[in-house]
Write a protein that binds this ligand. Sequence first.
Ligand code: DGP
Length: 115
Amino acid sequence: MPDKTLFQKIADRELPADIVHEDETCIAFRDINPQAPTHILIVPRKPIPSIDDLTDEDAAIMGRLFIVAREIAASEGIAAQGYRTVINCGSFGQQTVPHLHVHLIGGRQLTWPPG
Ligand code: DGP
């Protein structure tokens, strides 16, 4: 059995986090280093390392992550003004935790393009 990822340890309550949502597919908690007033990570329970590892069997999981993002945006009160979802991938994408996750970022005016 491979070592658990950081985010699996959070999902299994082995590490603390400010959890805002969980269901059988995913867990969502506040980012430890928020880049905006609302910055939440939505993480599949399945430890898919990155977008680059996705297969057809992960399609429903990925759909669920974005449905949950919409639901959390509503509950956080950021839906009307708009928000951003981001999935970093690999070194050039500046992914630092090798367990796929959606960043839900909002609560302030964001800029584009990203750095
Ligand atoms: P990424 O760079 O896309 O892999 O994003 C990883 C995010 O995870 C980053 O924004 C910081 C956050 N993070 C790292 N360690 C922890 C932790 O222990 N707890 C929480 N809540 N967030 C973490």
